[in-house]
Design a protein around this ligand. Structure first.
Ligand code: FAQ
Length: 312
């Protein structure tokens, strides 16, 4: 087959809804775009453990502590599935982590904000996991088989994460006026960063065209953002919380909210490394990796010895 015929066959497969599997032929830019996106997703999962880990020792009850520990452990598992999915495309784990530690690879903008109070743990579950779930349910339809299958499992766990976050917020809202104010303050600080998580407007989304053509993404950033807003505003209202956007208007005919202008300068500033917590996050991640060197060596020592022996 010529290159052109291969490309046509590839596009036919995508258009007919067939999944692309690791050993199938794929255009180099499909492979590269997927490695970029899956590894950015994997990095987000493990960097996302940091703001939550900050609250393990300060969880207000044993029940809350157990739930938080289980959630953070789930995020590590998500990172593992996603790094493994990226490896099926020929990327090496070491190289991907190196890119995270040197700032060459991005991770989600949302994790560059601090967790100041216990209500922030509720807001992360409710808003951040809520946004991640809207995005990832759509990604189940991605054309790359291993990524799609990882999404099925991850979404089941995200649904639990989302509910436990909303439960924290609901309990605070039913508590003292100070507790309710804590929930409102967390919503005020996390709302706009959660809206930005979906990425820039479609006209500024550099990967938009290619990702839609090859069904790497099933929906655009704007359409997912709108879904999240439509889903979340009524949840805030049910708890007597106010979304910090004076321009939210509900249109009953379309069951859709219009919303105010997103501060894209803030978003681009954060993804360029200048958010409130970027430096601390990368430093903490790199330290954990360096401190874990002996564990990786111990875990692989026997397998390495055996493969040396069989080669001799
Ligand atoms: N943060 O052309 P697009 C979670 C970059 S998981 C940082 O539109 P794309 C679980 C983008 O990389 C959260 N950078 O990009 C959890 C590109 O730059 P590049 C993570 C961003 O890829 C919860 C440039 O802007 N989820 O939270 C962001 O088509 C709680 C132009 O943008 C995923 O990664 C951003 N928010 O669309 C864990 C899902 N947005 O790479 C712990 C998979 C955009 O050319 C606790 N990823 N950029 O240098 C996706 O769906 C997509 O990658 C988007 C961005 C939608 C994030």
């Amino acid at each position: 087959m010529t290159e052109e015929q291969r490309l046509e066959e590839f596009q036919r497969k995508i258009d007919s809804g067939e999944k692309i599997e690791p050993k199938d032929w794929m255009p180099e830019s499909y492979r590269k775009n997927l490695i970029r996106m899956i590894s950015q997703h994997a990095h987000s999962e493990i960097v996302g453990m940091l703001p939550e880990g900050n609250w393990i020792t300060r969880a207000p009850s044993l029940r809350r502590k157990l739930i938080l520990l289980a959630k953070i452990q789930d995020e590590a598992g998500h990172g593992l599935y996603l790094y493994s999915a990226a490896e099926t495309l020929g990327a090496s784990r070491e190289e991907l982590l190196e890119n995270l530690h040197t700032g060459k690879a991005k991770y989600s903008s949302i994790f560059n904000y601090p967790t100041l109070t216990w209500a922030d743990i509720g807001a992360i579950g409710w808003l951040v996991d809520g946004a991640a779930m809207v995005n990832q349910v759509s990604l189940i339809k991605t054309s790359y088989g291993p990524y799609s299958r990882a999404m099925v499992r991850i979404c089941k766990e995200e649904a639990f994460h989302n509910r436990q976050g909303y439960e924290i917020i609901a309990e605070l809202c039913n508590g003292t006026p100070e507790q309710k104010q804590m929930a409102q303050d967390a919503l005020d600080r996390w709302w706009w960063p959660a809206i930005q998580m979906f990425g820039p407007e479609d006209t500024k989304s550099t990967h938009f065209e290619e990702s839609m053509k090859w069904k790497i993404k099933a929906e655009s950033n704007e359409s997912l953002r709108q879904k999240f807003i439509n889903m979340t505003v009524p949840q805030a209202e049910a708890r007597g919380l106010k979304i910090p956007d004076p321009n939210l208007v509900f249109y009953p005919e379309t069951k859709t909210y219009t919303y105010g202008e997103v501060d894209w300068n803030e978003f681009f500033n954060v993804i360029q490394g200048n958010g409130p917590m970027n430096k601390q996050r990368v430093r903490a991640r790199k330290k954990a990796h360096d401190d874990g060197k002996w564990v990786r060596e111990a875990a692989t020592a026997y397998a390495k010895k055996k493969s040396k022996q069989s080669a001799a």
